[in-house]
Design a protein around this ligand. Structure first.
Ligand SMILES: Nc1ncnc2c1ncn2[C@@H]1O[C@H](COP(=O)(O)OP(=O)(O)O)[C@@H](O)[C@H]1O
Ligand SMILES: [Mg+2]
Length: 223
């Protein structure tokens, strides 16, 4: 394996349902992601984008196959080790932001570090500044626009310096101007060295990425 390969996927499958009723919704034979890539994952609704992202981020377990991350298989281990893997290596951004409504923007960004104790306030403040939210640290999600909430979620994903950012239709709830702003932010992060994989069915946004992976019925289309 070449040293700049971050992720390697072989014969990864995910089935839903049991026995005769099982349906294979994902079947990825071969996929490599290199450190520093900016990849768009596209394809129609239901083609398996979320299923693949959830497996890459170890939020779900495969039915078959494994994912190698920095040369190590991720699924042959227990839940505690998987939890650490997610916390240390992956920054996840969801379409619906998933902020905690009762916490300020600042506390939301600090949330991934709650199990680790205090000491992340300065970093969280700096990240909020970087995503253009200086001065809004004390606001709760309800008092922020959709675009601003997604920026908080991006800052949160960056708190513990993940190697890989996985974004599942992060612009799906936003108008085109805000959606463009979020993509520009992801691009900036990529230019600063982060590996980014973003699921989108917006073809124009996808064309802006360094590489496009198209899924159809759970498999990667050859091109
Ligand atoms: N928990 C589940 N149980 C059964 N089927 C599911 C479940 N989650 C997703 N699916 C099915 O798997 C397929 C892929 O879904 P998904 O990964 O969410 O696609 P996408 O994100 O591209 O819209 C769809 O056919 C969907 O209905
Ligand atoms: Mg999806």
């Amino acid at each position: 394996m070449e040293p700049d390969v971050l992720i390697s996927v072989k014969n990864l499958t995910r089935l839903y349902g049991k026995n005769k009723l099982a349906v294979k919704v994902l079947d990825v034979k071969d996929l490599e992601i290199r450190r520093g890539e900016f990849i768009a994952l596209t394809g129609p609704s239901g083609c398996g984008k979320t299923t693949l992202l959830n497996l890459l981020g170890a939020l779900d377990r495969p039915s078959g196959g494994d994912i190698t991350f920095e040369g190590k298989k991720i699924f042959g281990r227990g839940e505690v080790s998987l939890c650490r893997f997610r916390r240390e290596k992956i920054g996840f951004i969801f379409q619906a932001y998933h902020l905690i409504p009762t916490l300020s923007a600042l506390k939301n960004v600090m949330a991934p570090a709650f199990p680790l104790g205090s000491g992340y306030k300065r970093r969280a403040m700096e990240l909020l500044r970087q995503v253009g939210l200086a001065g809004k640290e004390g606001r709760r999600p309800d008092d922020l626009s959709g675009g601003e909430q997604q920026r908080v979620a991006i800052a949160r994903a960056l708190l513990l310096e993940p190697d890989l950012i996985l974004a599942d239709e992060p612009t799906g709830n936003l108008d085109s101007v805000n959606g463009r702003g979020i993509m520009d932010l992801l691009k900036k992060l990529n230019q600063r060295g982060k590996t980014v994989l973003v699921a989108t069915h917006d073809q124009r946004l996808a064309e802006d990425c360094g590489r496009v992976i198209r899924l159809a019925d759970g498999s990667i289309e050859e091109h």
